[in-house]
Design a protein around this ligand. Structure first.
Ligand code: CAA
Length: 419
């Protein structure tokens, strides 16, 4: 069987039920709120309670992608969970999700880790799986799920967040068709962000990590041009929108600046004439789709796809047939750049993609409650620690982690009931 297309057929986001307001966090840290609101571009930050982990968020997002796009779990032939925040050194989070979603026992299931690049690695390998004819008409489910945590009162604290984006990948996609000949790759060993096995918190050399990210963009973009036989395939003039890994909203602005510089072959200072063109391009091709990132925060491997969710939930039919670019960066580091085409009719799925009803039900934590929650999350993840109680944070119905007994993690509830 010759397969001619592969792409994203369904997409859904799910995240924690609590968030903090960034102006309040800035005030508590003695920082000018504009640093977080304008300097980083963040308005709110999702915070996972001890009952919400990589498995619970991934399962609910996965459930929604299947249910809202009317996909039978029996159709899924591959499940990949991309995460930096796995729940076990050995056992993949994916196998718990496989059970929660009732997938078949012949479904190939595994976890991918490469900081924020894990889900993109999963997405491109499912694209290859389909094009190689291994899918035999089945679909893949790729879920990005993470809790970004740097710790209280650290430089990285305002760039935390949590959430999961689930994508069904198939050979007749309803949303985005991936262009396999345009994907370029980049890898380099750098110490910009890492998390040793003994630490719940990430370590980052923050400003250096931004430089590594931008160099990786240039490296992946150049490789993509070689794959595609020239840069015309990626000309900014032919792109409806550009998507980047978004650890914080301002990073997408920096990435787009580098994108313009790389394509136009010159560095552009703020006062240059070309800087106006960069700004206009950013305002029309990037900024309109960073709203979800600004209220959720960094979700590591899912943050590129959260921006794409924002685009798809606002998609009008005039954009169908247009081309978009995707850039994923994972510290350490690995990156990929490629393009996708918006499928005709994709705009009809706006409502199914839109997580606003879920976001509207989140509740705000004040800063002392947020700090207490972070400490509680640390102590809940131990054998025989007291059960974390979903009602303590007014979480309502859903699927929750409820503690570890005899070194086995326990979950309670059902992804279908989550609000
Ligand atoms: N009003 C307006 N803007 C202000 C301001 C004010 N009062 N005060 C500061 N700013 C601006 C600064 O000018 C700066 O903007 P520019 O970068 O455009 O100059 C911005 O706010 C941030 O200020 P600082 O650079 O001084 O902030 P910082 O030193 O506290 O660190 C950070 C910022 C490096 C991003 C830090 O939060 C961090 O280490 N975060 C974690 C690492 C990270 O996110 N790296 C991103 C690349 S790596 C990656 O993407 C993988 C991943 O997910 C981790």
């Amino acid at each position: 069987m010759t397969v001619t297309a592969a792409g994203i057929d369904a997409l859904a986001f799910y995240g924690p039920r609590c968030y903090v307001d960034m102006a309040e966090l800035a005030e508590a840290r003695g920082v000018d709120p504009d640093k977080y609101l304008l300097g980083l571009g963040q308005r709110q930050m999702a915070v996972a309670t001890p009952c919400e982990d990589t498995v619970t968020m991934a399962s609910v997002a996965g459930w929604r992608a299947l249910e809202q796009f009317d996909i039978d779990p029996a159709e899924i032939g591959t499940l990949i969970v991309g995460t930096e925040t796995g729940i076990d050194h050995s056992k993949p989070a994916a196998v718990y999700v496989h059970e929660m979603l009732g997938l078949g026992e012949n479904c190939r299931t595994f976890e991918t880790k490469h900081a924020c690049y894990g889900a993109m690695a999963g997405l491109t390998s499912t694209m290859d799986w389909i094009h190689a004819g291994r899918a035999r008409g089945r679909k893949a489910l790729v879920i990005a799920s993470d809790i970004a945590r740097y710790g209280i009162d650290t430089a990285g604290e305002p760039t935390q967040g949590a959430g999961a984006v689930a994508m069904v990948v198939g050979d007749s996609p309803r949303l985005l068709e991936l262009d396999p000949t345009t994907f370029g790759d980049y890898t380099r060993q750098v110490m910009d962000f890492w998390r040793p096995l003994y630490s719940k918190y990430a370590f980052a050399d923050g400003h250096y990590s931004i430089d590594c990210y931008l160099d990786a963009f240039t490296g992946a973009w150049r490789d993509a041009c070689e794959q595609a036989g020239g840069r015309d395939a990626f000309s900014l003039d032919n792109l409806d929108a550009c998507f980047y890994h978004v650890p914080f909203v301002k990073m997408a602005r920096k990435a787009h600046h580098r994108h313009c510089e790389t394509e136009w072959g010159q560095s552009i200072a703020r006062e240059d004439q070309l800087a106006t063109r960069v700004r206009e391009s950013y305002d029309t091709q990037v900024a309109p789709w960073l709203e979800l990132n600004s209220v959720v925060g960094n979700i590591y491997t899912g943050s590129l796809f959260l921006a794409i969710a924002d685009y798809l939930r606002k998609l009008d039919n005039a954009r169908e047939g247009g081309r978009i670019s995707l850039f994923s960066y994972g510290s350490g580091c690995g990156a990929a750049f490629g393009t996708a085409t918006v499928v005709e009719g994709a705009g009809n799925w706006r409502q199914q993609v839109d997580p606003q009803p879920h976001l509207d039900q989140r509740h705000k934590l004040d800063i002392p409650a947020y700090e207490q929650l972070i400490r509680a999350a640390d102590s809940a993840d131990h054998n025989d620690a007291p059960y974390p109680e979903p009602s303590q944070w007014d979480l309502g119905e859903g699927l929750y982690y409820v503690g570890t007994r005899d070194h086995i993690r326990h979950y309670s509830g059902n992804p279908a009931n989550a609000t």
